[in-house]
Design a protein around this ligand. Structure first.
Ligand SMILES: [Zn+2]
Length: 441
């Protein structure tokens, strides 16, 4: 009988090439075991290929045109202010510490994530299943949870079992404090402690197990020099196997999807997108990692095409996207191409669909920029990862993810196929917007 319960493991920023090199060589025993017993393929992320956008796609089975989370940093037209989910500690401070923390831990789910999008937690719990989430920033569910911070009385609506960096803990697990010592992998260690507790108690039907420490290390050292961090992610996965009583027992009990949310590529230098628009009244830039957005405020005299044309000849901007009526235009090397959502766009994986969906998000900038290789846009506070790794663009290296499944009848081709795959595993009909699965295992 196939396992009925399931776990989605997300190792943030893990590239397919690092995953493929790590399996089978002894440094990553848990990942190697899973890879030996599973179906593997490379899959594609969404655009911008940045964590808040990508984890929303994983949770809702949709691109940003449906879930409405546009970027790591963006301009909220409705509330007339910038939203910063944590490009860097300095950027968070520049945007306002308290507000950024509230935007990230509360408002992203409560206000920014589209009402019409359905999360995997909502869909499964409505069908009578118990869902659990550890540390993933897209967590919207039906159960109110009060934060552990004294004096904060705004509940977050999450899955029944909800653990988020010690700020929300639906059950007392005794897991250690997660926030400090991030470079040493403390967040994944916290996740492992909670995951062990949940698996030991068999406390869920579906668990999202999110491990962010690898991405942090890969930004600092570059995507090919974060093996030490991968070993810690592997240990966090291994903790689940042990808690089930061993690898074979684990597979008897759980179906598994293991993937990352986006890739990473080396960046050699940074660029400030703001400089280009400094003399344009009413043009507001939000940029971070390898994607940027330009918003037209009410006093902006230039239309979207006019703003896009200002980037002609700018070496940092590889492809500049904007809307022209019903169309989405991709401008590259001074020439316009109409984006076909079902077609190719240059050599970007799933390029037409991803570019089209990014621009058809009501929260996206009027202009969206995909960075040239090796270049990162500095954030609000001027921070960047030059010399290390980054992601966010339409380019293959930023956009491809490893996708491994065990006990499921399909390998998702895109991160937006994960949620419908999980729902079908539980016999639950995916939301109408979720596209049909293409590739059978
Ligand atoms: Zn990252």
């Amino acid at each position: 009988m196939p396992a009925t319960k399931a776990i989605l493991i997300v190792i943030d920023g893990l590239t397919p090439s690092v995953f493929e090199a790590a399996v089978g060589d002894g440094r990553a025993p848990a990942l190697s075991f899973l890879a030996e017993h599973g179906n593997y393929a490379r899959a594609v992320s969404t655009f911008p290929s940045l964590t808040p956008v990508c984890v929303s796609s994983l949770a809702t089975g949709a691109h940003p045109d449906v879930h409405h989370i546009p970027h790591l940093v963006w301009y909220d037209r409705e509330r007339a202010r910038t939203v910063e989910y944590g490009s860097s500690f300095a950027a968070v401070r520049a945007a306002g510490m308290t507000r950024s923390i509230l935007d990230t831990i509360i408002n992203m789910n409560r206000l920014h994530l589209a009402r019409d999008a359905v999360t995997v937690y909502e869909a499964l719990e409505d069908a009578g299943y118990t869902t659990a989430a550890i540390n993933i920033t897209c967590y919207r569910g039906r159960t109110p949870h009060l934060p552990t911070l004294p004096g904060v009385t705004i509940p977050a609506y999450g899955p029944k079992r909800f653990f988020f960096y010690n700020l929300f803990e639906s059950d007392p697990t005794g897991a250690p404090l997660a926030i400090f010592g991030r470079a040493q992998g403390s967040i994944d260690a916290y996740a492992a402690a909670v995951g062990r507790w949940l698996v030991t108690r068999d406390g869920f039907d579906f668990l999202v197990y999110y491990l962010p420490d690898y991405d942090f290390a890969s930004h600092a050292h570059g995507p090919d020099d974060a093996f030490e961090a991968l070993a810690r992610s592997d240990a966090a996965v291994g903790a689940l196997l042990e808690a089930a009583g061993g690898p074979d027992e684990f597979l008897e009990r759980y179906a598994v999807v293991l993937c990352s949310d986006h890739g990473q590529t080396h960046v050699e230098r940074s660029a400030r997108l703001e400089t280009v628009f400094a003399d344009v009244p009413g043009a507001l830039v939000t940029a971070s990692n390898r994607a940027g957005m330009i918003y037209r405020l009410p006093n902006c005299k230039l239309d979207a095409r006019g703003l896009a044309q200002l980037l002609d000849g700018d070496a940092a901007a590889e492809t500049v996207l904007f809307r022209d009526g019903e169309d989405v235009i991709a401008r590259r090397e001074g020439e316009d191409v109409r984006v076909d959502p079902d077609g190719v766009l240059f050599d970007y994986p799933d390029g037409g669909r991803r570019a089209w969906a990014a621009l058809n998000n009501p929260n996206a900038g009027d202009v969206v920029v995909s960075a040239a290789p090796g270049i990162e846009f500095a954030d609000l506070a001027g921070r960047h990862h030059a010399g290390g790794g980054s992601h966010g663009s339409l380019r293959r290296g930023d956009s491809e993810v490893p996708m491994l499944t065990l006990g499921l009848d399909a390998v998702p081709e895109s991160i937006v196929d994960v949620m419908p795959t999980v729902l079908r595993h539980f016999g639950v009909e995916p939301p109408p917007y979720a596209r049909a699965l293409a590739r059978a295992a």
